[in-house]
Design a protein around this ligand. Structure first.
Ligand code: BGC
Length: 719
């Protein structure tokens, strides 16, 4: 259908039909049985008529089911407008890849893109059209359960991942490529800055901070062509994001030129009432449509109130037309008017879903996501070693993580089974030791028994999937006490211990990292988790992940992140014993492990970096070169990182900002020369009047292995 005929279609629609295009419910609402009509539908105030004209549904999955839903819908829909089918395909459909915070640790955009491509393909054959991903919220508070869905604390890196995920989901040409699905970047904006890390909580920050740190990744996703954007639950400067005209009309539509579909988060239009920003449903609906929210997810206020508001002259019908056009245009772009079933194909489901090819990507991704935090000579395991694998995750399928709705725990490779493919079963003992959050003396005894006979203990510890994700905030981010007790009971045996952690957030590692000889963070590694971790434990692969979110020393420091400001009384090694400096009396300022940190099985040394010039002018590029050598005995990968600091800005500037990185693979003894180019445009920032420009003067530049251990150089910007 051409653009013109979309407009024609709009002109044939009644106002009720138009408004129905703008709501979204789950498919169970679509059955107009007597029970449904008088039950859930009546509760929402939705009539049979509206349901027949609805624009989209959430979570319909499986080719047979989606085809049936679409077929039934088209039979009843007067104008034959197909449904859009949307769902949360966050880190895989049935083949589950590592959670985003894990995958982010790979610092590998190509890999991220390939996981999204595979996820799109598996969903597209089931008939899905849209995924509610990528989630690109910048995060600084590991108490917030949804850090597991994000790619971390850095605006630049988040932006790179945002692009990679959108490319992976949508491909080059969404219209032609039915193995792809439309992306929906979320949650605009700053959902990751919820106060105290408590989900859905207030967000309070200056516009400058919002633009500097929080908005860039959403913008990158929009620039990469994300077809949809989702609003956030939180307020932005006092106004709920879902009714925030400034954010949605001015920033998103006007400044960024976004022409796609804006969808509310689940129930977020109605939540404006609880926020205290709308007196009733009608006011909430009006505010949302005025902000340009095209689809209302899971509440019926548009349907209940918009028509009357138009009749009363309180809402301009043009706003509704505009939203309907955007929804119809997306349907057209996906080719649904020509083929409402798009990619849905039961036969291809068999061949595509959980294919060997996708499992291979999942294994590669899980290997590259793992981060080695400590290793005092115990990893990799040596052949012939008698090993006791102990912990609640030794034989657990709960390694897929939150948002793996169609993943199956029974299909996940458990760690014990992965290890059995590497070693003789007579050398491997296994015991649970405790459950995730509780334990018994019997379990401990069994673990001690297994451990006594072993040369080395591998602990499989962590959080259950329910302990992070949406509404998964924790105030105490240590491992549950039962697991800390398990470590404490095993410790007196005096055996070497290596801990593998399955977790959805940076943890407070007291009671773990100080007690064991090695710590490998596996995150929630997904379907191939156990095989991938076994690859790493036995040295068939080497850990190469680097943290993209700081691991705090303790909760009391939070928020703690590398790109903070300096303060007027910064703590330095020289003034550490003085009182009136910015510090805690009872804990360090620095996180336990910084952004960018991770070890491997080899070592790297950095030669002194060299600059091509001492000054730079607009239009010129500065080249930074550094030689990196693998000084160990095995091959390994290193992520060489470049940070910049503007020494004196018009407003204060972060002590370091990541500007570039390069992931390199080096054979033992090999040296690679890494060159980065830096231009004036990378030195720009938001001034107090929100102008985006650079300042003349001194800049520091840091090249190194992480945000803490990086050598400082200096250059001048002259304008
Ligand atoms: C979440 C979104 C998600 C939506 C639909 C909401 O509760 O905040 O991230 O996309 O539900 O499932």
């Amino acid at each position: 259908m051409t653009k013109r005929s979309i407009t024609e279609l709009l002109s044939q629609m009644t106002i009720d039909e138009k408004i129905a295009q703008l709501i979204q419910v789950t498919p169970d609402f679509l059955t107009d049985t007597e029970a449904n009509l008088t039950g859930p539908l009546a509760a929402l105030g939705l009539s049979e008529d509206i349901i027949h004209n609805i624009g989209s549904v959430l979570s319909a999955v499986g080719a047979k089911e989606t085809k049936a839903i679409q077929e039934q819908h088209l039979k009843r829909n007067r104008l034959g407008i197909p449904l859009l089918l949307m769902a949360d395909i966050i880190h895989g459909y049935r083949t589950i890849f590592p959670v985003s915070l894990g995958l982010a640790s790979s610092w590998d955009m190509n890999l991220a893109e390939r996981t999204a491509e595979a996820a799109a393909k598996e969903s597209a054959v089931t008939g899905l059209h849209v995924t509610f991903a990528p989630m690109v919220d910048l995060v600084r508070d590991p108490r917030w359960g949804r850090v597991v869905e994000s790619t971390g604390e850095d605006p630049y890196l988040n932006g790179e991942y945002a692009r990679a995920f959108v490319r992976g989901f949508q491909g080059e040409d969404l219209s032609a490529d039915t193995d792809r699905i439309a992306a929906c970047v979320k949650h605009l904006a700053a959902y990751g800055a919820a106060e105290g890390g408590r989900d859905y909580n207030t967000v309070n920050m200056s516009e400058r901070q919002l633009r500097e740190s929080y908005l860039p990744a959403y913008k990158e996703a929009v620039d990469a062509g994300s077809e949809l954007v989702m609003t956030a639950f939180n307020t932005v400067d006092g106004v709920p994001a879902t009714g925030n005209r400034w954010l949605m009309r001015k920033v998103l539509r006007e400044e960024w030129g976004f022409g796609g579909v804006l969808i509310s988060d689940w129930g977020a239009v109605q939540e404006m009432i609880a926020h205290g920003a709308a007196a009733d449903g009608a006011e909430a609906a009006r505010k949302a449509i005025e902000a340009g929210v095209d689809i209302e997810m899971m509440t019926p206020l548009y349907v209940l109130d918009l028509k009357r508001l138009v009749e009363e002259g309180k809402v301009d019908e043009a706003l509704i037309d505009e939203s309907v056009l955007r929804v119809l245009r997306l349907k057209e772009k996906l080719g649904l008017f020509d083929n409402p079933y798009r990619g849905a194909d039961e036969e291809r489901e068999e061949e595509v879903i959980l294919s060997g090819e996708h499992r291979a990507v999942a294994r590669e991704a899980a290997v590259k996501s793992a981060v080695l935090l400590k290793n005092e000579g115990v990893l990799p395991l040596r052949s012939g070693q008698k090993t006791a694998l102990i912990g609640p995750f030794a034989q657990s399928g709960d390694i897929l993580g939150p948002w793996s709705l169609w993943g199956k725990r029974e299909e996940a490779a458990q760690l014990y089974n992965g290890m059995l493919t590497k070693t003789e079963s007579s050398l491997l003992r296994v015991a649970k030791g405790c459950d995730v959050e509780s334990g018994s003396e019997e379990q401990l005894e069994e673990a001690l028994q297994a451990a006594r006979e072993a040369d080395i203990i591998v602990l499989a510890l962590g959080e259950s999937s329910e302990m992070s994700g949406e509404a998964g905030s924790r105030g105490d981010i240590r491992l549950p006490k039962a697991q800390l007790d398990l470590i404490a009971r095993l410790k007196p045996l005096g055996k070497p211990m290596a801990a593998v952690l399955f977790n959805g957030r940076p943890l407070d590692l007291h009671g773990v990292i100080d007690e064991v000889d090695a710590v490998l963070v596996a995150w929630f590694p997904g379907t191939e988790g156990g095989n991938a971790i076994a690859d790493l434990l036995y040295g068939d692969s080497a850990p190469s992940g680097r943290l993209t979110m700081s691991f705090p020393y303790a909760v009391g420091q939070i928020p703690v992140y590398y790109n903070h400001y300096n303060t007027g009384r910064p703590l330095t090694p020289e003034n550490a014993d003085q009182r009136y400096v910015s510090k805690y009396l009872d804990m360090p300022n620095d996180p336990l492990l910084p952004f960018g940190f991770g070890l491997g099985y080899t070592t790297f040394t950095y030669a002194k970096a060299a600059l091509s010039a001492e000054t730079i002018r607009p239009g010129e590029t500065l080249t930074v070169t550094v030689d990196v050598t693998n000084t160990g005995e095995t091959a390994g990968e290193e992520v060489v990182q470049l940070y910049v600091r503007d020494v004196a800005g018009e407003v204060v500037r972060p002590v370091k900002e990541l500007k570039a990185f390069r992931k390199i693979k080096l054979a033992p003894g090999e040296t690679v020369s890494v060159a980065f180019e830096l231009g004036e445009e990378q030195l720009r920032y938001y001034h107090s009047d929100l102008s985006y420009e650079s300042d003349e003067g001194e800049f520091q530049l840091f090249v190194g292995a992480n945000s803490r251990d990086a050598e400082a150089l200096s250059f001048q910007l002259v304008k």
